[in-house]
Design a binder for this molecule. Structure first.
Ligand SMILES: NC(=O)c1ccc[n+]([C@@H]2O[C@H](COP(=O)([O-])OP(=O)(O)OC[C@H]3O[C@@H](n4cnc5c(N)ncnc54)[C@H](O)[C@@H]3O)[C@@H](O)[C@H]2O)c1
Ligand SMILES: O=C(O)C[C@H](O)C(=O)O
Length: 308
């Protein structure tokens, strides 16, 4: 199993590290345009192999896509991150050009690869890859919901005073400060609805904190987060590489599902060796449907800024 990660920055390196530590891929190639940067990150990571006990071979390259040839999965993390006070949508001007050229180079060298899009604004970047490549929809996956759901579980565990392993929950919708839809009604502590333990007011606070999870970290760090994003990507890569058939909320092209069309937005999907093997349509109540529709409007507005 060969995995390419484009962008050796904070998220790309974290993602390569988690993939290696989980020890399911034979090879990870990291590519960046900054001279020597990917080679340096790869060497540093390889020097953790004996310490962390993995056999994955990590190599780096400055812009040489021939080194990525024959990748089974390719992750796009190249592009600029936001600074405190910015929205993800403001990154579109620079990141659209980067994602378009990177996806085209990746496919030229790995025509069968499954592409995971991470660069922001992620739902729109995923849509861009759909619009500018001829890949089938199952092979284009946007990562956002897996991260947002991890943050939701963190906040739920905090509110419940429970271990995170006791908590389950999912966030669908757009990967944006306003567009996320944490499914509070379906969140559980060991199969029991969380509303049995905490007030509606507290649950609403958990949802609000979840939605600004990325912005909160950006304010603290001065740039956006990388550990949880890298771990979330590695979870998707592992589900595909190991044909796990796990459900994750991912940005995917909707064609009528959830009453939505012609956009990529977060919905639960089954991930296996073919990428997105099924879009799972869960029954939403009217309030959840309205939130998802509003989120879709926001994503479509950003998509409208693309020069296609
Ligand atoms: N979808 C998500 O959940 C999620 C989570 C975290 C970050 N992000 C996004 O991921 C992106 C990367 O974030 P980061 O913190 O790693 O940024 P970073 O600045 O640390 O790294 C980005 C890297 O991309 C490289 N790059 C730029 N143009 C390139 C090109 N054409 N080809 C190859 N490499 C190129 C840069 O040299 C840099 O090393 C940002 O857009 C950020 O908003 C998304
Ligand atoms: O917040 C950001 O800009 C980066 C990423 O989308 C995140 O949620 O951490």
């Amino acid at each position: 199993m060969k995995v390419t990660v484009v962008g050796a920055g904070a998220v790309g390196a974290s993602c390569a590290e988690y993939i290696a530590i989980k020890n399911f891929a034979s090879e990870v190639v990291v590519l960046d345009i900054k001279e020597g940067y990917a080679e340096g990150k790869a060497m540093d990571l390889m020097q953790t192999a004996s310490l962390n006990g993995f056999d994955t071979k990590i190599t780096g390259t400055t812009g040489d896509y021939s080194k990525t040839a024959g990748s089974d999965i390719a992750v796009i993390t190249s592009g600029i991150p936001r600074k405190p006070g910015m929205t993800r949508e403001e990154l579109i001007g620079i990141n659209a050009g980067i994602v378009k050229s990177v996806s085209s180079s990746l496919i030229e060298h790995s025509p069968n690869a499954i592409i995971i899009v991470v660069s922001n604004p992620m739902d729109t970047m995923t849509y861009l890859v759909h619009k500018t490549t001829n890949l089938p929809k199952n092979r284009i996956i946007g990562m956002g919901g897996a991260l947002d759901s991890a943050r939701f579980k963190y906040r739920l565990a905090e509110a419940l005073g429970a271990p995170i392993s006791d908590v389950d929950g999912m966030v669908i919708g757009g990967h944006s400060d306003k567009g996320m839809v944490p499914l509070t009604r379906l969140a559980t502590r060991n199969s029991v609805p969380v509303s049995e333990f905490i007030s509606e007011e507290r649950i609403e606070q958990v949802a609000a904190d979840t939605k600004v999870g990325g912005a909160t970290l950006t304010k603290l760090l001065g740039t956006s987060a990388w550990y949880a994003p890298g771990a979330a990507v590695s979870g998707l890569v592992q589900a595909i590489a190991c044909d796990q058939k796990k459900i994750f909320p991912c940005s995917t092209l909707l064609e009528g599902e959830y009453g939505l069309n012609d956009l990529c937005i977060g919905a639960p999907v089954v991930l296996g060796k073919n990428g997105i093997e099924k879009i799972v349509e869960i029954e939403l109540n009217d309030a959840e449907k309205a939130k998802l529709a509003e989120s879709a409007e926001g994503v479509k507005k950003t998509n409208g800024l693309l020069e296609l």
